[in-house]
Design a protein around this ligand. Sequence first.
Ligand code: GLU
Length: 485
Amino acid sequence: MDKMTQNVRTRFAPSPTGFMHIGNLRTGLYAYLFAKRNGGTFILRIEDTDQERKVEGAVGMIYRTLATAGISYDEGPDKDAGYGPYVQTERMGLYKQYAEKLVELGGAYYCFCDKERLEGLKDANGVHTYDKHCRNLSKEEVARRIEAGEPYVIRQKVPEGVVSEYEDMVFGKISVDSADIEDGVLLKSDGLPTYNFANVVDDHLMNITHVIRGTEYLSSTPKYNLIYDAFGWNRPRYMHLPPIMKDATRKLSKRFGDANFEDFIAKGYLPEAIVNYIALLGWCPKDNREKMSMDEMIEAFDVDGVSHSSSIFDETKMRWLNGEYLKAMTAEEFYSVAEKWIDRAIGENKYDKKEIAALMQTRVDILGEIPEKLAFLSEFKEYDLNMYVHQKMKVDKTVAFNAVNAAYEILTDVEDWNDEAVKESIKQGSEQRGIKSGQVMFSMRVALTGEPVTPGGAIEMAVVLGKEESLRRLKFSAQLLKEAQ
Ligand code: GLU
């Protein structure tokens, strides 16, 4: 069947070689968005043939990341729809069989060259290009040497004198002269495939219609296409994605621990904000919208908006976007994501967490800011009394001493401890005592928190702290100020 008239099938094929950095995840996301946009199927395939680079726990992390990010696959290791297994090491038997078939079809050949011989082919830079030494061995010789137990690899028989060309969906026409393509190894001497071979066999057998992956494969693709041709298979279409950079010259890289999805979650980013942000690193919807849900992205995703230049990962921008998500939540939604961060900040203290959440919602960009902003709730000790000195407000330590005492007296009589009641009492009580309420509130805020900057004013701080704790702190502060008179 012609692949173009088939249902769209895309795949995400991560290798379990470490954590999932933002660039990998974006590749998976685009493959997902493209499939869903076209009513197609999105497949997860684990490419674990490179056992040496395999990292313990990395497969579990791939599942976790996709689940947290809301990128759900239709087929994968635990969802076999008849194209499995979806883990390369479970497909080992297949590759050898297909490599042998390719030899029969004239697209590959056995090579018996040993290490020493290959070493001898190295140029001044230590790179060797295979000299096709075994390309024309007779069938009989090959059979005899295999029979004799000689180790061998299977190499691609790259046709001579052709130009291999394809139309990349992002980069346009890519062509490579076959003279520049080495007869590379497809099946290693241990019977395991190279990536170059496995990706072709798997994409074909899994009926992948659109291969979406990083630009590091852009110029190898003509070589892969020659394998499709030699098998007589339809080629898929390709969408290569430019890298995400850490700065003008360096790519994000998992080897250097850059931009790990799970680290951002641990810092208090929302998965949907991260996913939204990375979607925009290399793609722009027609209407230039920035804040988009997954469904909106699916609806808007189109290849024309995919950029072929690299983009720089900007955490400040992602932080801003995360803040927009937090602000757009209902109070309940915010509470449900913020609660554990609030718990972390208040420890054993019995504060009204809903009240605190309301205070925090517009004041943080990421949830991880909550504990530091709430540090005043759990820690209250001696502080710098110069914080009370405010020239414009005409407050000095003496004024502050009177103001804090006044606040203590006033608040002792407040029964319903809420915003309105606290505010009204302070206003009236100050007036009665002939002190400016502004001076009382200013002094009270410092007296309640002992901090130069707080996530709210005096009234909000008092409400969050509760009556008992507020009075305790005011008393403590009045004492400190008294000693300083
Ligand atoms: N396993 C490859 C990688 O992680 C995937 C390449 C591809 O998508 O074909 O880079």
